[in-house]
Every structure is written in structure tokens, then in C-alpha cells.
Write a protein that binds this ligand. Structure first.
Ligand code: HEM
Length: 238
């Protein structure tokens, strides 16, 4: 499988099969989410719900599996040797765009999960139609702490099971602590956000638009990186 991903890609550029597959999937998912956005604007709640839910779950699954397989690799594969342009272009254009892209990937992954949960929490059914509710949707610190404590217990159990079967490693501990920290940050940010948009439906619309803008910039920065690496300035690898 690893060998397959390193073969020349199908777009006829200098890219590998893996990079072309990733670019193709990014294009498909971005197109799908824009359709989902239009469905929401046209108040087609059911269609929007199924498309966003199915699309986000498939996208997170695909990219998580793909990047884990490539050992979290844009930089691992296509580091400086992969880039054939000048040092200045690399330092002042390529790396800043790639850094923005990676930060947005993390925000995009968090928003995918967050928006799905918010979708379920803020929807209601009126005469069979799926619409956003106009009621206050607020969580207390007590409830958030309880959810976090339950998650902590599950993660500790999982970590314990992993240590028993495969042994302890500092790297593993960091990954688990990193995940819990991220969840804690999201919960804390949500407590602030729910003051700004107390109404669940309003919050879903505002953060949904934000998420869609993040996905569009993600697509643009990803395509830019692809074009620089495999079309404009191909390096030794590719
Ligand atoms: C996962 C990513 C999601 C994103 C990015 C997203 C984004 C949006 C946006 C931007 C709107 C407002 C459209 C506009 O007026 O401009 C909206 C409306 C809506 N969303 Fe989502 N959404 C997501 C998932 C979901 C899910 C999972 C559900 C249901 C469980 C859902 C239910 C709804 C409903 C019912 C509306 C109102 C449609 C109407 O105006 O009648 N959404 N969403």
C-alpha cells in the first residue's frame, strides 16, 4: 500500500499517487460541503443534515487514515528536497502557506465534530421538517465537567489497555494528553461562545458559516501547495 501511494499519480503532474488521491478527495469533499451549505440556505434541512453528517464522517475517516498511513507526512515526504524553487520562495511563501494550511486542518477537524454535535443539539422537527430551534441552548459548567470526567475515564481505560498490550511509551502518553487538552480547550471556548450566541440555531448558522469559510480556505491553500510542489517547482521527489 505504501509503495502504491508513492507511484506516479494520475493527474499527469509530478505528484505521487498519494498526493493526487488526497487532492482529488479534497476537491470532492469541498464540493460536497458547498452543496450542503446551499441546501441549508434553501432550508432543505433533511438533505443538509444527511449530506453534512455523511460527508464529515467520511472525510474525517479518510484523511485520518491517510495521514496516519503517511506518518503525518506532508513535510515528511515533501520537505525541502521536494521543493524545487528558491530558498526565499520556500521560506517566505511555501512554508507560511503550508503552516496556515496545517493550522486550518486542525481547526477543520475540530469544527467537523463540533458542528455535527451542535447540529443534533440545535435541531427540531416542525410538521416533519428539520429546522433549527430558536431557543436558548446553554450548558452549565457542572454538565461540561461531568462529560469531561466521563471522557477522561474512558480515555484512561483505553490508555491502560494500550499500555498493557503494547507497553508504555512517552509518545503515546503525549498523544492521549494532547487529545484531552484539545477537548478541554474546545469545551472552554464553547462556554464563551454560548454567551455570544445563546440561541442554538443562531450559533449553528454563525459557526457553520465560519466552518464553511475554513473549508474553502483549506481547499485553496491545499491546492496552492499542490501546484507549487508538483507543477510549478517540482523537486527531486515526485
Ligand atoms: C457538520 C457540519 C455542518 C455545517 C458546516 C453546517 C452549516 C450550516 C449553515 C452554514 C447553516 C445556515 C445556512 C445559511 O442560512 O446560510 C445551517 C443550517 C442548518 N443546519 Fe447545519 N451544518 C452542519 C451540520 C448539520 C447537522 C449534522 C445537522 C442536523 C443534525 C444540521 C442541521 C441544520 C438545520 C436544520 C439548518 C437550518 C436549515 C434551515 O434554515 O431551514 N446541520 N447549517
Amino acid at each position: 500500500m505504501f509503495e502504491f501511494l508513492r507511484q506516479p499519480g494520475f493527474f499527469g503532474t509530478h505528484a505521487t499517487m498519494g498526493a493526487d488521491l488526497s487532492q482529488l478527495m479534497a476537491t470532492l469533499f469541498t464540493g460536497l460541503f458547498i452543496i450542503g451549505w446551499l441546501q441549508a440556505k434553501q432550508h432543505r434541512g433533511h438533505h443538509h443534515h444527511w449530506l453534512m453528517l455523511g460527508g464529515m464522517v467520511t472525510m474525517v475517516g479518510f484523511f485520518t487514515a491517510y495521514y496516519l498511513f503517511r506518518q503525518l507526512g506532508v513535510l515528511a515526504f515533501e520537505g525541502k528536497e521536494g521543493f524545487g524553487g528558491s530558498q526565499a520562495l520556500y521560506d517566505y511563501v511555501f512554508i507560511p502557506v503550508l503552516t496556515i494550511h496545517i493550522i486550518l486542518v486542525i481547526i477543520g477537524l475540530v469544527m467537523a465534530v463540533y458542528m455535527i454535535v451542535l447540529g443534533f443539539r440545535s435541531q427540531q422537527f416542525l410538521s416533519g421538517a428539520r429546522v433549527l430551534s430558536v431557543a436558548r441552548l446553554q450548558t452549565s459548567w457542572k454538565k461540561v465537567s461531568l462529560i469531561f470526567a466521563a471522557l477522561l475515564a474512558v480515555v484512561m481505560l483505553l490508555f491502560g489497555a494500550r499500555v498493557m498490550s503494547a507497553g508504555f511509551s512517552m509518545r503515546k502518553l503525549e498523544v492521549y494528553i494532547g487529545f484531552l487538552t484539545l477537548v478541554a480547550i474546545v469545551f472552554a471556548v464553547e462556554m464563551g461562545i454560548q454567551r455570544i450566541w445563546p440561541d442554538g440555531g443562531q450559533r449553528h448558522r454563525a459557526l457553520g458559516r465560519f466552518t464553511m469559510i475554513v473549508y474553502c480556505i483549506l481547499f485553496l491553500t491545499g491546492t496552492f501547495t499542490y501546484a507549487m510542489l508538483y507543477i510549478l517547482y517540482p523537486g527531486k521527489i515526485g
